[in-house]
Design a protein around this ligand. Structure first.
Ligand code: ISL
Ligand code: CA
Length: 559
């Protein structure tokens, strides 16, 4: 297997709006992020993924870009960006930008020109369709955020396609001019020195010719006509050939609803259209059909889905992107752990799971201190465009009860991940001296960086485990093997190469339980090298709630 920096790295995602405010306007910014680089360095982070910082009217918090070569006024200036990039590089940290090119903002000059009733070269930058009547849609596709994927533009007298919000019109990648524009944008940032991109919804950029109707689905009608669409591989190869291959960069593509086998068509070493993909299988363990139909998750499902990705990527020479959180997902400790009694234990268990699999681990801001979901009190607390659209859809079209909608949104809404970073127990958690754009989680008084830095904490565990992983490359490259597939509570796997063997044991339950290890593992001599309780011999089989033990195989008496 090829060894490279991005495989050995640990990524930290900054959602700039909620990370650190520097000027008291209540909005996180680049100067603020710059001031926290030492914190990230000390944590052991080697790569930052910066969620979009480009000029944007903020309908979807920066995922709707109106100028790809300028910085959002809220976040500062290009000089601030340059200072941030330089500050990161000085500390040996690489920076990935978020490349959002499936769509632009409707306020982007291309779209403004495109919507003109006159024929301009920009007409074909987007998908415009004329129907007999403004109320008749060109096809039955629905948007990721609920409702129709088409909006009628009265100036032009036509409908345009938007797979996300109406303020995010989809770009027409079949137009070679669009592809050249995208390449120019990528070069602009690479020439500045950025180290790669997280490519937003990149697997849906190619839509089937003729935009045919989709078959019936509860949500996302039309999906089969653009997910891994007909020319997506051609377009990614073109980007590789014309741009990426000329730089030493890392690319990670967001790939909604992709199977591990499909993923290989993007990331296998032979194809290398992308270095890795953000997959969703393990994020779907607590929902059915779509993320809003919530069901209980099981340890069995979670570990088997993850193990499948481990195995398929290894066999097909691909590479995994490992994550439990990002700005679109609820907080993992609220979802898979225990925010009350076993906050430390379950937070460190999730850290262990994340950092001991094969792949590049991604940590989302606040995850390293065990930030939790927000205690929503009313519908007004939901600020996210998706949550608001889902609420309207649920209410008006599906006639769902307020109680049901409130419960569902409270659990799954993206707002959960977007509350300000909890730095200290100062007012507004030290995020801002002004009024934060989004309310701080009231538990900041106990869950915050300053407190966590004082002693044993989820944060110190992350730091120690990252350092351990960085000095034991078996945890990066070693082969993965799952044991006890059917066990309802334990996750047990090994990582192995010519140098070392590790055995990871996670008790994913709030109970004290006994583990009986498969005989094959008992034939070895193991020593515990890390635990969230006490390190102890493998023969002691009683595991505490959410206990983890990281064992290392002892090969000779001298070691
Ligand atoms: O959270 C989701 C909506 O149900 C996801 O399906 C999400 O919309 C999807 O993964 C695409 O996400 C990315 O593109 C969106 C943006 O809103 C997300 O924040 C981004 O991560 C549109 O740019
Ligand atoms: Ca600010």
């Amino acid at each position: 297997m090829k060894h490279t920096w991005y495989k050995e790295g640990v990524v930290y995602q900054i959602y700039p709006r909620s990370f650190q405010d520097s000027n008291g306007d209540g909005i996180g910014d680049l100067r603020g992020a710059l001031s926290r680089l030492d914190y990230l360095k000390n944590l052991g982070i080697t790569i930052i993924w910066l969620s979009p910082v480009y000029q944007s009217p903020n309908d979807d918090n920066g995922y709707d870009i109106s100028d790809y070569r300028d910085i959002m006024t809220d976040f500062g200036s290009m000089a601030d960006f340059d200072a941030f990039l330089e500050g990161a590089h000085q500390r040996g940290i690489k920076v990935l930008m978020d490349l959002v090119v499936n769509h632009t903002s409707d306020e982007h000059p291309w779209f403004q020109a495109s919507r003109s009733p006159e024929i301009t070269p920009y007409h074909d930058y987007y998908f415009w369709r004329k129907t007999e009547h403004p109320n008749k849609k060109p096809n039955n596709w629905t948007s990721f955020f609920g409702g129709d994927a088409w909006d009628y533009d009265a100036t032009k007298g036509q409908h345009y396609l938007h797979l996300f919000s109406p303020k995010q019109p989809d770009l027409n990648w079949d137009n070679p001019r669009v592809r050249e524009e995208v390449k120019e944008i990528i070069r602009f940032w690479l020439d500045k020195g950025v180290d790669g991109f997280r490519c937003d919804v990149i697997t849906i950029i190619s839509k089937r010719q003729g935009l045919p109707n989709g078959r019936f689905r509860l949500v996302l009608k039309g999906f089969e006509h653009y997910a891994n669409g007909p020319r997506v591989h051609d377009y990614l190869k073109e980007l590789q050939r014309d741009v990426f291959s000329h730089y030493d960069v890392m690319t990670v593509g967001e790939a909604t609803f992709i199977s591990a086998t499909d993923a290989l068509s993007y990331v296998s070493e032979e194809r290398r259209e992308l270095d890795m993909v953000i997959q969703f299988d393990h994020m779907n363990v607590d929902s059915f059909n779509n993320k809003w139909i919530i069901i209980p998750w099981t340890v069995r499902k979670l570990k088997n889905v993850l193990a499948q990705w481990q195995t398929v990527m290894a066999k097909g020479h691909g590479w995994n992107c490992l994550y439990f959180e990002n700005h679109d997902q609820p907080r993992s400790i609220s979802r898979f752990g225990d925010t009350q009694r076993y906050h430390y234990e379950s937070g460190t268990l999730l850290a262990t799971y994340l950092l001991t699999q094969q792949g590049t681990p991604f940590i989302y801001q606040g995850q390293e201190i065990g930030m939790t979901n927000y205690p929503f009190a009313s519908f007004d607390d939901f600020l996210d465009v998706e949550a608001r659209r889902i609420y309207t859809l649920g209410k008006q079209s599906l006639h769902l009860s307020d109680k049901f909608l409130f419960k569902t949104l409270s659990y799954m809404s993206r707002d959960n991940a977007r509350t300000p970073m909890q730095w200290s127990n100062a007012p507004h958690a030290g995020f801002t001296t002004g009024t934060p754009w989004m309310r701080v989680n009231p538990n900041y008084e106990s869950i915050n960086v300053e407190t966590a830095l004082k002693g044993k904490s989820i944060l110190s565990f992350y730091r120690d485990l990252i350092a351990y992983r960085q000095s034991h490359h078996t945890l990066v490259y070693g082969e993965f093997q799952l044991y006890l597939k059917h066990h309802p509570h334990f996750v047990v796997f090994t990582r192995q190469d010519e140098e070392e063997t590790f055995l990871v044991v996670l008790n994913f339950s709030p109970r004290t339980i006994a583990l009986s290890l498969p005989r094959i593992l008992c034939n070895n001599h193991w020593e515990s090298v890390m635990s969230n309780y006490e390190k102890r011999p493998i023969e002691q089989v009683i595991y505490h709630p959410y206990e983890i033990q990281l064992f290392r195989k002892v090969v000779s008496s001298s070691q």
